[in-house]
Design a protein around this ligand. Structure first.
Ligand SMILES: [Zn+2]
Length: 246
């Protein structure tokens, strides 16, 4: 597929099939999420989250279990059960870490079914209610499939969700070493509080010397402190959504 066509399809996924939803929070909400689940997203990040008394959302692709991704070991079933047991949310990230631009909506749906079954088998029947798009790739056809199955889906486009948001492609900032230097975190947190909005962050590995898609333990600690300093409530993605809908 040409780069041009991919670009057009991405744009279609962003602007078409929008599922508008109001975002109104009492004092602003911050949600942390981790995609793919490299081992350190649990072994390094878990203790930091616990120390701060907060819980996060882990977006799991069953097909990555026990394997390597970007040269890093990925979670095992033990890790997944450990983080779920500690009160973190487990959400869906497809089974095969599949790009919505690479397969038909029908194949995408089958991949979601496979992940749902894989997770339910390992987490006592757990039903995932939120979704994160692998690579941030969204297609109009897949969007209809995802919007039917999940309360919401998170993308990777920068920004604070406030006023009206697309619940099938919520915005998020990257806790990524390649992107973090470009953010004014304090200003983002303050803006989220002022607009009574919802700031979602996503990351991958958490370690000293992270990949371009990961951050250091210090980065994670700083982000949580910054959210707290701005007076934001810190909730997993699904819980934040349910609270808003209530
Ligand atoms: Zn991913």
């Amino acid at each position: 597929m040409s780069a041009f066509l991919d670009k057009m399809r991405r744009r279609g996924g962003r602007y078409l099939g929008v599922r508008p939803a109001p975002v109104r929070t009492q004092r602003g909400v911050f949600s942390l999420s981790f995609d793919d689940i490299p081992v350190t997203a649990w072994t390094e990040a878990g203790p930091i989250l616990e120390e701060h008394g907060v819980t996060a959302t882990y977006y799991v692709a069953g097909g990555l279990s026990g394997g390597q991704n970007l040269g890093l070991p990925q979670f095992t079933t033990d890790h997944l059960q450990g983080l779920f047991g500690a009160g973190h949310e487990v959400g869906c990230h497809t089974f095969g870490h599949t790009s919505a631009l690479a397969v038909s909506p029908e194949a995408y749906a089958a991949d979601l079914d496979r992940n749902a079954a894989w997770v339910a088998e390992r987490l006592a029947g757990h039903v995932m209610t939120t979704f994160a798009w692998p690579y941030g790739d969204v297609s109009v056809g897949a969007k209809a499939v995802v919007a039917d199955r999940f309360a919401l889906a998170r993308g990777v486009r920068d920004g604070v969700n406030a006023g009206s948001a697309d619940r099938a492609n919520l915005q998020a900032i990257g806790l990524e070493s390649r992107r973090l230097p470009g953010y004014d975190l304090e200003a983002l947190m303050t803006a989220t509080a002022a607009r009574k909005g919802w700031l979602i962050a996503y990351g991958h590995d958490v370690m000293d010397g992270p990949t371009p898609y990961g951050c250091t333990p210090d980065d994670l600690d700083r982000v949580i402190r910054s959210a707290k300093a701005a007076g934001l409530e810190i909730l997993p993605v699904g819980e934040a959504w349910r609270k808003m809908a209530a």
